[in-house]
Design a protein around this ligand. Structure first.
Ligand code: TXA
Ligand code: MG
Length: 323
């Protein structure tokens, strides 16, 4: 198993260890406010290749490159005024911008899966401190085997990768709990490539422009957005109005469902009906549900407002036919 280093005990020592591993081209799992990431030097092709290998990730699926701040991001990507407005409003935070790569950027094409754009995010907390200490962008997908649930704790990461991973920095449970919202500005249009931990309505409020969702049936936007993703082992049933015997129920808003007495386990994403709290709990509860070995996992209806859009997106993928 990977070594789990608690950054809250001695952050400086933890960052030094992480930088030493990253310099050797070894991926290190790190906490971010969204989910844990598997980070590697974005300028080192061998290090990036190891990420793809460890995750079993298709190489046509580009990685998000994390930056210490907007100034560092501007050295690698070309910002139009609208993208800059969005970056200034929401970085550091759970937002990724897809931007044209600068020809002189040292980010390796393998990290971008050969695209002439790059997904950039500026995270908060330990990840931010690590980026400042390391001084180069870190390519970091979510720290899970491809197709599995994104990890929100250091222990989830260590359990998923086993001996393949050397080091996890532990920064406590992820506070947002859902991956970043990904947007791409095209001319005057803001396109939502992935709903996530930043409510798209916030972007509309700051820019005064609509955030355009993909039309039903349109081609996949972010190459990694495959229909079946975020999958627990057990089959997932959505919009449940009752629980079947032996099922796990994951409900919302403190609303009891018929059949709960015979459920294997009942969890409530947010008894108070708070969607931000539900987002934080979602992936951990899916793992907890899976660990019971239950025949299936039933979810009650979750509102589509605010972060509910991203929560329902992940649930749809968890329930999609596997393959
Ligand atoms: O919150 C997050 O975004 C987390 C943390 C670790 O930062 N990272 C994450 O990475 O969720 P990952 O690899 O699991 O998802 C990245 C998504 C993929 O769907 C990928 O296709 C998309 O971002 N992406 C990356 N670069 C892109 C680009 N140039 N154009 C379009 N989509 C891109
Ligand atoms: Mg992922």
């Amino acid at each position: 198993m990977a070594e789990i280093l608690d950054t809250r005990a001695d952050e400086t020592a933890a960052l030094t260890r992480a930088c030493e591993a990253l310099d050797r081209g070894v991926p290190v799992a790190i906490p971010t406010e969204t989910v844990y990431g598997l980070a590697a030097d974005a300028t080192n092709p061998q290090a990036i290749a190891r990420i793809y290998e460890m995750k079993g990730r298709p190489r046509f699926n580009p990685l998000i490159c994390h930056m210490a701040d907007l100034a560092m991001a501007e050295r690698h990507a070309i910002f139009d005024p609208l993208s800059r407005t969005i970056a200034e409003a929401f970085w550091p935070g759970p937002l990724t911008l897809v931007l044209p790569i600068r020809p002189e950027s040292a980010i390796h094409p393998l990290a971008r899966a050969g695209l002439d754009t790059v997904g950039i995010r500026v995270p908060t907390g330990i990840a931010s401190d690590l980026l400042s200490a390391f001084g180069r962008p870190l390519a970091a997908p979510s720290a899970n085997t491809s197709g599995r649930i994104s990890p929100t704790t250091a222990r989830h990461v260590a359990e998923d990768f086993g001996a393949k991973l050397e080091l996890v920095l532990d920064g406590g449970p992820a506070t947002v709990g859902l991956e970043s919202t990904i947007v791409k500005v095209e001319g005057e249009t803001i396109r939502l490539l992935r709903p996530g931990g930043l409510d798209a309505a916030e972007i509309e409020r700051i820019t005064g422009r609509p955030v355009i969702r993909k039309e039903a049936g349109a081609a996949i936007e972010a190459p990694g957005m495959l229909a079946s993703h975020y999958a627990p082992d057990a089959p997932v049933r959505l919009g449940a109005s009752d629980v079947r015997p032996g099922e796990v129920l994951i409900r919302f808003g403190g609303k009891a469902l018929p059949g709960e007495a015979e459920a294997a386990l009942v969890l409530d994403l947010s008894p108070a009906g708070d969607l931000a709290e539900a987002a934080t709990n979602l992936f951990g509860y899916m793992k907890q549900a899976d660990a019971t070995g239950a025949s299936s996992i039933a979810f009650s209806q979750i509102p589509m407002t605010g972060l509910g859009e991203a929560i329902n997106d992940r649930l749809q993928r968890a329930a999609a036919p596997r393959g």
